[in-house]
Design a protein around this ligand. Structure first.
Ligand code: 1GP
Length: 258
């Protein structure tokens, strides 16, 4: 069954060719800072706010961050949990995700079993997501005990993504790792997109409009950025968001020319 947030995401992709989501790590911001960032991103055309990080120290703080965004921003807030502590009843939906290349069953199905009753109690919309860590993978690779897929082995990404699709997952996320120096290779995105039917999310280490353009023109349906908006000075934030959004639009236009 497709919930309201998922239907909105699919419609946005259909309408725009590709969309952007902003990732906010609740551990790195106050509720006010999160709200400021979410409002700026909404104004500049981001389609949703994702909230999550590799470590969640306080569930109470996560609740404050999510509810402060929810109160003032119209685009959906989607949880991006690294563990059962990443849930909040105030969000619109949760990426109900399995780390496909973890060597620890906890991150493939264990955490999901523990989280499911709470997700139901909170009435959160679940969006099934196959999550795949590529290359170095940053903190997510360490926490999730991933066997990262080498950059030059796109066929391994294809095999994992296809398995996720056959298991019924609605989206595939190619994760380069938050704050890494090198995003997922465009060639890998291109090959996965050619073979896999479900929408493709790409994130990790994306800092420029140019990188966004290349990944979108290779076939990424959703681009996620987090670190770059946290790091840029406030006076340059709007420019940076516009740069990413422009790259996204150019990438879509580029697809039609290829
Ligand atoms: C991390 O893919 C996301 O899970 C975003 O990465 O923080 O590098 O933008 P960045």
């Amino acid at each position: 069954m497709t919930g309201k947030t998922e239907a909105y995401i699919l419609k946005e992709i259909e309408k725009n060719g590709a969309i952007h989501m902003t990732l906010i790590d609740p551990e790195r911001v106050t509720p006010n800072e999160a709200l400021y960032l979410a409002k700026e991103c909404e104004m500049c055309g981001s389609s949703a706010i994702m909230v999550g990080g590799s470590t969640i120290v306080s569930s109470a703080h996560l609740d404050l961050v999510v509810s402060s965004i929810k109160n003032r921003v119209k685009i959906p807030v989607i949880l991006f949990p690294s563990n059962i502590t990443g849930l909040s009843q105030y969000a619109d939906a949760v990426w109900f995700m399995s780390l496909l290349n973890s060597s620890d069953p906890y991150f493939i199905i264990g955490a999901q079993v523990l989280a499911a009753p709470l997700v139901r109690k909170y009435g959160l919309e679940t969006i099934p997501l196959g999550y795949l860590i590529i290359g170095k993978g940053g903190a997510a690779a360490v926490i999730g005990k991933a066997s990262p897929i080498p950059y030059n082995k796109p066929e391994l990404s294809v095999a994992h993504a296809l398995a996720a699709q056959f298991l019924g997952m609605h989206f595939i996320y190619l994760e380069g790792g938050s704050g890494v120096n090198r995003p997922v290779p465009t060639e890998m995105v291109r090959i996965v997109k050619t073979i896999v039917d479900v929408p493709l999310i790409v994130g990790g280490g994306i800092r420029t409009g140019r990188q966004t353009k290349e990944l979108v023109s290779a076939g990424a349906d959703i681009i996620v950025t987090g670190t770059i908006f946290e790091k840029v000075e406030r006076k340059f934030l709007k420019n940076k968001i516009f740069e990413i959004m422009e790259g996204l639009k150019e990438g879509v236009r580029n697809r039609h020319h290829n």
